[in-house]
Write a protein that binds this ligand. Structure first.
Ligand SMILES: [Zn+2]
Length: 677
């Protein structure tokens, strides 16, 4: 049993800092019995028995033909106050073992010995059960960081499901103390991180917690801006909160609450107000989600509880309808929004401070303005290259060059074959150059699907991962849409990004992320996910993946698009550009078809993407390029080692990957890496 404990990977790693383990078998080794007798001073007390010896002293001496142990050589033994502790299991035995470690150690720290004690305690519980004594409260101290992260995620998700209603200050309070509790846990766990990987896990969790707490502040601020316009909602939110806490309900009081909310709502509508369309949209969104939460609350009892139904059916039906109307009313009458206009673009810019907080969370120590100037510099590079390609193609303008390339599309029905060829081509290119390891199964398991016409409206280009969704026209599409789809998905544009979606991009990434450091998946960041795919776009250009001027145009179209994404998304969230200005910019500077540009902006500002998502492609790519320079060009890693190592870290900020690869310490400064220049 002692052997099993000492054989644990983590225990072995810790003990090897100070000790060399030697096992003596009394029966199987010649002289084993004599040596054992000498070391134990002839006292028999069962096996196993252990002794910590001083390496600088001779261990035994011979007196009158018998071997005796020398006092100076013995640092500590298994003989505790009640005799041999053997394999230390119950508290008094474990304490003695730890005391021995403290006496005999050279480098082991107190925290490391505590850690050994906690692992031993856990082992004892597994082995002898209750007799081992209860675990300390802070479970964080006895489990690996990976388990800790998994527990955090499960706790967070459970609370999220319980507290699913909007506008709840009680929920905000619950989450605040939840985050604080975990922050304290992480801090205590940090002292016992056994290696770099654990330290990174914990640093990531701490980073996440701090960001969640800031996010909560930003979202509370946004809620406070609209609450005066829907004060009637407070008692309704309370109904949902009480339901979450499984409290009893007085049906008559509930009916009165619904009824008076309806009265107050109706009164609100009499006021004339003017609010911004942005505020009106936000208000409508909260109203709709409140209605949906209340619907859940109502359906829990309706029909099952006769009295509840008798009291509440009528007022609920009326209120539900009024909430729907009110959401339309505030947009139309107060916000001046034309609800019939399906093309209208309205987003909710998060503002400069929230952007800076978001960047800090991504460990990108630059201001939005600095990032904009980086994007402009990269954009200039693309434009210069585009000029060269234009000349090579004998075109008069870059738009002519784009047009020429857009005509190089395959016939309807032939797109899947082309995608398959391009995917194979990229894999061969990477393998011939030994750039990274591509598991055979990863090459086998990706699939192809066709994107529905409805989805093509918001996602005009193919998307990837394990399934590549091919965007190409169907028979039922309008003629113009058919042409636009074929032009946008031409061979050269596709060649530039099939590898982004499949291998080495999103498919391979996802494949590895499901198999390595999976506890970190909850920290998903586009700076790594899109940054990695983009890094390969940059790298393949440097490796001359392009075979023709048409290929260059395809690659440059996408590359300048990534620069444009930084420019429009940051300028939008800073409040510098309206959504319409963003669309115009994409059409004018990148050469998008107008429909595609609108779909792009709609997705970016209304489609549930994080505010930094669009900026993350090029910036993450530049971060990885800088890290490659540090680790491979100026370092000791091979191309393949570097790329394999990055993929095994899962989706975490690039600065944390740098720390994982030894490029920096795992500490507060880790996120201050100025990767550009
Ligand atoms: Zn992507």
């Amino acid at each position: 049993m002692l052997e099993e404990f000492l054989g644990k990977k983590e225990i072995h790693a810790l003990l090897s800092k100070d000790f060399v383990e030697v096992m003596i078998s009394e029966d199987k080794m010649p002289g084993g019995k004599e040596t054992s007798n000498a070391l134990r001073k002839g006292i028999r007390g069962g096996v196993p028995w252990f002794v910590f010896l001083n390496p600088e002293e001779a261990v035994l001496k011979e007196i009158d033909g018998t071997w005796k142990r020398r006092k100076a050589s013995v640092l500590a033994t298994a003989d505790g106050p009640d005799g041999n502790v053997g394999c230390p299991m119950i508290p008094v035995e474990r304490n003695h073992f730890l005391e021995c470690l403290r006496t005999a150690r050279i480098q082991l720290t107190d925290a490391e010995i505590d850690r050994i004690g906690l692992i031993l305690h856990k082992f004892a519980i597994e082995t002898i059960g209750e007799e081992a004594g209860p675990l300390p409260d802070l479970i964080a101290e006895v489990i690996s960081s990976a388990d800790l992260l998994i527990q955090f995620q499960a706790d967070k998700e459970a609370l999220g499901r319980l507290w699913s209603m909007p506008l709840s200050f009680r929920k905000a309070e619950v989450m605040r103390s939840f985050h604080q509790k975990w922050l304290a846990l992480v801090k205590s766990a940090k002292n016992s991180a056994v290696d770099r990987a654990e330290a990174i896990d914990l640093a990531l969790l701490e980073n996440h917690l701090r960001h969640q707490m800031k996010e909560a502040q930003h979202s509370l601020k946004k809620d406070r801006e609209i609450l005066p316009l829907m004060e009637f909602s407070n008692p309704l939110v309370k109904l949902c909160e009480d339901h979450a806490l499984r409290q009893e309900l007085d049906s008559r009081l509930a009916a009165e609450t619904l009824n008076s909310a309806l009265e107050n709502l109706t009164k609100n509508k009499e006021e004339e107000r003017e609010i911004t369309p942005v505020l009106a949209r936000r208000l409508a969104a909260r109203l709709n989600s409140l209605r949906s939460s209340l619907g859940t609350w109502y359906r829990f009892r309706a029909e099952y509880d006769p009295l509840f139904t008798w009291w509440c059916k009528k007022p609920w039906d009326a209120l539900s309808e009024a909430l729907t109307d009110y959401a339309k009313f505030v947009q139309k009458d107060w916000g001046g929004i034309d609800l019939e206009d399906k093309d209208l673009l309205i987003g909710d810019p998060i503002g400069r401070q929230a952007l800076i907080d978001g960047l800090e969370h991504e460990m990108v120590p630059y201001t939005p303005e600095e990032l904009i100037s980086i994007a402009e510099r990269e954009f200039d590079w693309c434009e210069k290259e585009m000029q060269r390609a234009m000349v090579d193609l004998q075109c008069d303008s870059w738009k002519d060059a784009l047009n020429l390339v857009k005509k190089r599309h395959v016939e309807p029905g032939e797109q899947p074959k082309m995608i398959r060829e391009l995917a194979d081509e990229a894999v061969n290119f990477l393998e011939e150059r030994n750039l990274l390891t591509i598991p055979a199964l990863a090459k086998d398991v990706w699939r192809m699907g066709m994107m529905s016409p409805a989805r093509q409206k918001v996602s005009p280009y193919f998307t990837g991962g394990e399934v590549i969704s091919i965007s190409y026209p169907t028979a039922g599409m309008d003629h113009e849409d058919k042409i636009m789809s074929m032009r946008g998905n031409n061979r050269h544009f596709s060649r530039a990004t099939v590898h982004h979606e499949l291998i080495p991009g999103h498919h391979l990434q996802g494949y590895m992320a499901k198999r390595w450091n999976t506890q970190r998946r909850q920290f998903y960041t586009p700076f790594l996910v899109e940054g990695w795919a983009l890094y390969w776009e940059l790298k393949l250009w440097d490796l001359d993946f392009q075979q023709s001027a048409e290929d260059r145009v395809g690659m440059l179209f996408w590359r300048s698009h990534r620069c444009a994404r930084i420019l429009f998304s940051l300028n939008f969230h800073l409040g510098n550009w309206s959504p319409q200005e963003c669309v115009d910019f994409l059409v004018k500077r990148v050469g998008h078809e107008r429909n595609n540009a609108e779909a792009e902006i709609r997705r970016s500002i209304q489609g549930g993407y994080g505010p930094l998502y669009q900026a993350a492609y090029m910036l993450g790519g530049l971060q990885l390029r800088a890290l490659h320079k540090e680790m491979v060009l100026n370092g000791t890693m091979s191309e393949r080692e570097f790329h394999d190592a990055v993929l095994k870290q899962n989706s975490i900020p690039v600065a944390a990957i740098r720390a994982a690869l030894g490029g920096s310490e795992v500490d507060d400064k880790m996120g201050l890496w100025r990767f550009d220049g």
